[in-house]
Design a binder for this molecule. Structure first.
Ligand SMILES: [Zn+2]
Length: 279
């Protein structure tokens, strides 16, 4: 079934965190949903605005909905980190079931004002919203924050932001970094526990999941993370596999034979990660 984050959180209550995996190209999509089906967990397919525009909103949404409708698991389509309110409204109108407005680089009052506008528009149309307070460092498509500027989320800001905006999910900065794949993050658990206690029903979201060790991942789930994002690892592994399949290809080699192994690889990664997210 095709669902939004609120429905996924409810369905997954007491079962751990829902994995949110970044789709970088159309080709990855069926393998991502198959991975979730194999271990019977809900899945969030998320895209950057860049990927949505590259594939096209309509064909992307139509494909996700078609796969979701005949799937044995629940599937959400979520717009990751978007700073453009008009584009978010377009995503909502076209059929995304969930969106993230990222105003984390703005002063908090401006972030709240913009997020509220997105929440009002989205909720009227049955779409869920993720916001962000504090700044998750690192480089991601469309998001570049120097690591020194990354700021931990202040619990009082998080509570104020969540109460004022009515977001369904909140990205918090507790030590992870976008695009981190060479080393592992040091998670500030004291902060995570405090955030969880203050935030209650608002689903906490961990970004930069690629840079989190398996042990830390399990602990983050135990401490109450509701959505965990993994993007870099899928992109990195896809590139590694196609780098091995493409060099020996001839003009008569079907492309499906070159991309198939990469799709299998990301399916395996999603199964591994989503298994860690189970409680
Ligand atoms: Zn992120």
């Amino acid at each position: 079934m095709y669902k939004n984050l609120i429905e996924l959180f409810k369905e997954n209550e007491g079962k751990g965190a829902v994995g949110a995996f970044n789709l970088h190209c159309f080709e990855m999509l069926p393998a991502m949903i198959k991975a979730a089906e194999e271990i019977n967990v809900p899945i969030i397919i998320q895209t950057s605005l860049g990927t949505a525009e590259y594939i096209g909103f309509e064909p992307l949404i139509a494909a996700v909905k078609a796969l979701a409708e005949k799937s044995t698991v629940s599937v959400a389509l979520h717009m990751d980190h978007c700073k453009d309110i008009e584009k978010l409204k377009k995503a909502i109108d076209c059929g995304y079931s969930s969106v993230m407005y990222d105003g984390s680089s703005l002063p908090i009052e401006e972030n709240i004002k913009n997020t509220k506008e997105v929440v009002a528009y989205a909720h009227e149309r049955g779409v869920s919203v993720e916001g962000e307070v504090g700044s998750i460092g690192g480089a991601e498509e469309g998001v570049v924050v120097a690591k020194d500027d990354a700021m931990y989320t202040k619990p009082e800001d998080a509570l104020y932001f969540a109460t004022e905006t009515g977001v369904d999910a909140l990205a918090v900065s507790i030590g992870t970094t976008h695009g981190q794949y060479k080393s592992k993050a040091k998670i500030n658990y004291e902060l995570l526990i405090e955030l969880k206690a203050k935030l209650g029903d608002t689903g906490l979201v961990l970004h930069g999941g690629t840079g989190v060790s398996d042990e830390d991942m399990k602990r983050c789930v135990r401490e109450g993370m509701k959505k965990i994002n993994v993007g870099t690892e899928l992109n990195k592994s896809y590139i590694e596999v196609v780098n091995t399949t493409f060099p020996d290809a001839t003009p008569l080699t079907s492309l499906r034979n070159l991309l198939g192994p990469a799709n299998e690889k990301i399916k395996d990664i999603i199964i591994d990660k989503a298994t860690l997210f189970k409680m």
